[in-house]
Design a protein. Sequence first.
Length: 358
Amino acid sequence: MTEENYRALFDRASPDRDLVEDTLAAAERPRRKGVPTKRLAAALVCLALVLGVGNYQALAAGVQRIIRFFAGAGASETPVMVVEQADQWTEGDWLCQLDGVSQGEYLLLELYLVSPEMEEHQLATRILQIYADGVPLEQGDQVYSEWLPYDGFAPQGQAWMSLSGLDCGPEVAWREEGYRARVHMPFTYRLPEETPAELTYELLDLEGGGSHTGTLTLTPAETQAAWSDSRTFAEGTVTALVSEDGRQLSVYAHREENDEGQMLTGASLFHHQVTFIGASGERYSDAGEGFRSFTSGHVNVQLAAAPSWVEEPIVAVEIDAIQLVYEYDTWWDGPGGGMVRTQGDATYGDLNWIIDLT
């Protein structure tokens, strides 16, 4: 729609002056890269025209929130909680790990089964039930950023994969410990309005029978961070948080849409592409210790840690490469063609992104 079209609609409906002023004032708020404010404000005014006079005040009350959602108001608008300590146990020779993170109202938990054997032709199937104060959380399907409740019937099974060649995430450390294959199962849930500090779970084994129960404690990622830095790419903005001692790095993508209609949904780090720099100038790769990777359409947080054996103070953290994941609409010309949601990615290397902690 052109500017002339907007003006014609505006003149024809003559919306309330207060609505227009509130809309434009909200659009002029400081923002990160996203939809141009004037175009967005005009679109929202036209939305008011479509909704009708009776809805003007309701739209005015919510317009600031709408603009923040589309324009990307920043990390502080989306609280990030991490599982304080991943739960680990063994099943025979298998190492099992349940870890996770929440971003806003969504919780992403990642189950790993790790084997010293290849296990190539087997399928692992599990059901994970999560409770907050005894109340089960609603589970959703892993469908991009659209929330679809899990129907309860589709099997939640994944095939075993070789650890060879997997250079992003906890698989690197497990490979170095002699493990050869793993199963990765992500589970997404919707949290209650008040984010719980503690969750209980029951993991059901649909192949061998039996179950495993445990407790997960959520802690705010922001409260662990003393330094914050952001980088804006063509696809959107990524924020890095570093702990007070410099030994923990948290990186996540801002959910925002750029001028091309691409919605940034994830930012992934690469193993050996995060460096912790000591006071002596010595450089220490993350080495796989404490490297935790979380990616889904609802939650995208990456965490890395300095090697535990490093004793000197950390004075800087360097991120050399990052991969961004985004969603966009594209035309599907197959049977029943139309616009469909799809996913793309972009990798940036040689970033020289240094976060100075001095």
